[in-house]
Design a protein around this ligand. Structure first.
Ligand code: URA
Ligand code: ZN
Length: 380
């Protein structure tokens, strides 16, 4: 274990707790968990891009072409999470429910389901005090009063440090004015939003060969980051960051492609006749660059120093936080109980971008998260 001044903190690491697994097992449309005859493990089938393969496969599937991913203990066993942390010398993990959260839950059930799931996260953290914190889940399909009262509920949970949120919001995206009270309540309670993709882009953009030939590469490598980029760009254009200046967001996968595209977004704004005529481009406008440095944090889940350097340039070395995305992307050619590339590639990217043992590296690997998310022993 590292010393207290150089903690390693994983801020992007998921769990599917028991109540959530039951929920997925009870369903027959995605997201769901399904057993296939002849296959050893049931499968998590959660991504919109997997719906097509599920439809094509029917019930009598050969185990070589099953949709989704096997339900291994890595998805819901707390012991397994701790084993992963110990194997990779991770001192603290800030765990979160994995996608698609409660986005699909019926309105009248969402509030109670959120309470149960958040309670499960609290109990997991309490089993390993100081090693585990969590981002809570919101019942976004519930009536507004239930949704707002769930924020009141999670703010009082000892190990809760924020909420994980997808990009659909109340169904119309994160630039929906009806979400402003939610953003204001989160900001007022010092709850960070961990923004995470799930829906990707419409499957037509991947072309007719994708489902059969290209696996999950296009939706995960490109759909996910573009979804995040688009969601934040829409919030920015709608003025959400101006209206809620104390809102703080941690963007998954180093902000999607925002650090790379922020310049182009700025150029398109100042050259847009409609925005200029409406007086939206005048003096005093905070640029997307300023938002990236003032209201946004980025995780370091980008697997290469090239992307990581762009993220550091865009938001600053004091706003980047290490993550692994465990239990997704397990090693396929070696023992799952051993070292995962998601740890070693992301760590190497930090080393190459900032220098082994540098102050910047110490900050990104854990120092920033300890400060930003209040993870010190006396803050538990
Ligand atoms: N695939 C997912 O569905 N979610 C993740 O977080 C990563 C990969
Ligand atoms: Zn993730």
């Amino acid at each position: 274990m590292s010393t207290s001044s150089s903690r390693v903190v994983d801020v992007h690491t998921h769990m599917y707790p028991p109540r959530y697994v039951e929920l997925l097992e009870s369903r027959d449309t995605i997201p769901l968990i399904r057993k296939f005859p002849g296959a050893e493990d049931p499968r998590y089938i959660i991504l919109p891009a997997e719906a097509e393969s599920l439809k094509n496969i029917g019930d009598d599937a050969s185990s070589s072409h099953l949709p989704g991913r096997p339900v291994t203990s890595h998805y819901s066993s707390l012991k397994q999470k701790i084993h992963f942390m110990d194997t990779h010398k991770i001192d603290i993990s800030v765990i979160s429910l994995a996608n698609p959260w409660l986005d699909f839950v019926a309105s009248e059930e969402a509030g109670e389901t959120a309470k149960t799931v958040n309670q499960e996260f609290s109990s997991m953290c309490a089993e390993y005090p100081g090693r585990l914190f969590f981002f809570a889940t919101l019942p976004l399909t519930a009536p507004t009063d239930v949704l707002l009262s769930s924020i009141e509920n999670v703010k009082n949970l000892k190990y809760c440090r924020g909420v994980i949120l997808g990009t659909s919001g109340l169904g119309k995206g994160l630039d929906d004015p009806n979400l402003l009270p939610v953003f204001k309540a989160l900001a007022a309670n010092n709850l960070l939003i961990f923004l995470h993709p799930h829906y990707g882009l419409p499957s037509e953009v991947w072309g007719p060969r994708a489902t059969e030939e290209y696996g999950h590469v296009l939706p995960l490598a490109l759909g996910f980051p573009l979804e995040t980029t688009i969601a934040v760009a829409r919030m920015y254009l709608a003025g959400v960051f101006e209206q809620v200046p104390s809102l703080r967001m941690l963007l998954a996968h180093s902000g999607g492609t925002l650090p790379f595209l922020a310049g182009r977004i700025e150029s398109c704004i100042v050259h847009d006749g409609h925005l200029v005529r409406e007086g939206k481009v005048g003096p005093g406008r905070r640029t997307i660059w300023e938002i990236l440095k003032e209201q946004v944090y980025l995780d370091a889940v980008i697997y290469s120093e090239v992307g990581l350097k762009a993220a550091i340039e865009a938001s600053g070395v004091d706003r980047l936080m290490f993550g692994t995305d465990h239990p997704f992307f397990p090693p396929l050619g070696s023992d799952e109980q051993g070292v995962w590339e998601s740890m070693s590639w992301n760590r190497e990217a930090v080393e190459k971008a900032l220098g082994v043992g540098s102050e910047g590296m110490e900050r990104v690997m854990g120092g920033n998260a300890v400060e930003i998310l209040r993870l010190r022993e006396d803050e538990v």
